[in-house]
Design a protein around this ligand. Sequence first.
Ligand SMILES: [Zn+2]
Length: 94
Amino acid sequence: MFALLDRLFLILIAISVIRSVIRFIRGFGSRTRMQTRLRMNYSAAGSGASPGATMLRQDPVCGTYVAIDASLKRIVNGQVVHFCSAECRDKFRV
Ligand SMILES: [Zn+2]
């Protein structure tokens, strides 16, 4: 009789342990999904086509908006022109 109760008790403990493990795994999964979504939103905002941000300049060759910090610069007629790559910079003709 007591042996049966002990076994039942052990089964209940095992079930609660398995449940908490499943909850932990699910919680971890949803957290990483949320981080991925946040990272996607961040990169979408960073590479957005909006020229409103003063930190972005349009590459006149390919039309890509490049960050001033990351762009290749060339002075044309006294104006600084920003390019996304050396290839675009070399292609550019005034
Ligand atoms: Zn370009």
